[in-house]
Design a protein around this ligand. Structure first.
Ligand code: SDX
Length: 393
């Protein structure tokens, strides 16, 4: 094929698709799901309602939300054979690796998901089962990691409460649902639910464009999200803050390291490909962080270090000139830790939140009959040459 190839490493200036799902304005720090400002959704909505909005394009009526909650309650169990996967994982298998393989394996139990030309009903059922089963899978990963008995969903709970029950509840006693945790979890999941064509969502679209099933497409998105430059940053932020704390809390020293081009260290949770202003999610999460820690009576020393880090960086020419601000990952890990999650579960929680966005984007890509993704390249290798026999090498 002749023609001019424009090289755009990292797709910094390439629009890969048209989408009606999420709008970002990086200069103004604006984020809207289906036109609704993230600030209003985080304050007034629930995660299940936002999932419905992202996937179907409209806020549900009371009956629509009740119907979808009931339909989900029919599918929250996962096949008992999936327990065998957990027994097979080496003990140090990262939860994100487990999540990707478990989600991908769902197609083995639900063959309707494998139809390359599914009926509308088959697609609806495939999406519904994934939304319904994800909290159970995530909670089981956590329970297995700490060696506690698995908990089963209880239909008396709403979507997010059920997740907290399965994660922090125990068979030995009645679980006391804490409204502070329910509210914080809803907010965090809403704030992570979609973010237009980020690395993991673009991966879901790319894999789905080959007519690959939803479960495998989302599993690919999970592996992309795992990277510390992407969703894995929420784990890397806490590890960074702990390192700074253990190093005597010398924030200025670490900010200087982040600026030093000869030092590979970066301020995790800082900077963003699109936001060249405050990430609107970071503002909300920072406030939620203060609220949750105060209500739970937790004084986490890394919160103070995070705030000091933010203050120093935001007044430093290096960060100002590059428009580097705290992003969604900078404070979220502090809340997850306060809620009782171990650090290596943080990105799994990001995936739980991002699931409806991945589903909505995969659905939109399929409905728009988008072609299989296949970018070109600028070739920089050897010119044509003849084979050299072994004795002449
Ligand atoms: C997420 O895309 C999305 O929407 C993602 C996400 C979503 O919801 O899906 O928002 C979630 O992934 C948030 C980002 C989480 N990652 C981190 O916090 C990791 C730390 N941040 C960076 O690695 C970086 O800022 C990225 C990866 C987020 C963005 O990288 P870009 O857009 O490719 O920018 P770049 O690496 O080219 O940096 C531009 C300049 C460089 O310096 P110069 O070459 O101009 O001298 O800024 C510097 C970089 O060195 N820089 C940093 C920095 N981030 C960028 N320097 C120090 N610390 C940092 N964190």
């Amino acid at each position: 094929m002749s023609g001019y190839i424009t090289l755009d490493s990292g797709y910094k200036n390439t629009g890969a698709t048209k989408s009606a799902i999420t709008f970002l304005d990086g200069e103004e720090g604006i984020l809207r799901y289906r036109g609704y400002p993230i600030e209003q959704l985080a304050e007034k909505s629930t995660f299940l309602e936002v999932a419905y909005l992202l996937i179907y394009g409209e806020l549900p009526t009371k009956k629509q939300l009740e119907d979808v909650a009931y339909a989900i309650s029919r599918h929250t169990l996962i096949h008992e054979d999936m327990k065998k996967f957990f027994d097979g994982y080496p003990s140090k298998t990262h939860p994100m690796g487990q999540l990707a393989s478990l989600v991908c394996s769902l197609s083995s139990f639900y063959p309707e998901s494998l139809n390359p030309n599914p009926t509308k009903e088959e697609t609806e059922l495939t999406m519904l089962k994934l939304v319904a089963k994800m909290p159970t899978i995530v909670s089981w990963i956590f329970k297995k990691a700490i060696g506690h008995p698995l908990m089963y969903p209880q239909n008396k709970f709403d979507y997010v409460s059920n997740f907290l029950y399965m994660t922090f509840g125990h068979r030995t006693e009645e679980y006391k649902m804490d409204p502070v945790l329910v509210d914080a979890m809803n907010k965090l999941l809403i704030l992570h639910a979609d973010h237009e064509q980020n690395c993991s969502t673009s991966t879901v679209r790319m894999v789905g464009s080959s007519d690959c099933n939803l479960y495998a497409s989302v599993a690919a998105g999970i592996t992309a999200l795992w990277g510390p430059l992407h969703g894995g940053a929420n784990q890397a932020v806490i590890e960074m803050l702990e390192t700074i704390k253990n190093d005597g809390g010398d924030v200025d020293k670490w900010v200087a390291k982040a600026k030093d081009k000869n030092d590979p260290f970066r301020l995790m949770g800082f900077g963003h490909r699109v936001y060249k202003n405050f990430d609107p999610r970071a503002k909300i999460i920072k406030k939620t962080c203060d609220d949750v820690l105060a209500k739970l009576g937790i004084n986490d020393p890394v919160l103070g270090i995070a705030k000091r880090l933010e203050e120093v960086a935001l007044n430093d020419e290096y960060f100002i000139s590059r428009k580097l601000y705290p992003n969604v990952d900078f404070y979220s890990g502090i809340i997850y830790r306060a809620m009782g999650f171990p650090t290596d579960m943080f990105t799994v929680l990001f995936a739980l939140g991002r699931l409806p966005g991945w589903i909505a984007q995969w659905k939109e890509m399929r409905e728009n009959n988008e072609p299989i993704g296949r970018p070109r390249q600028v070739y920089t290798g050897e010119i044509a040459r003849e084979y050299v026999s072994m004795e002449n090498r």
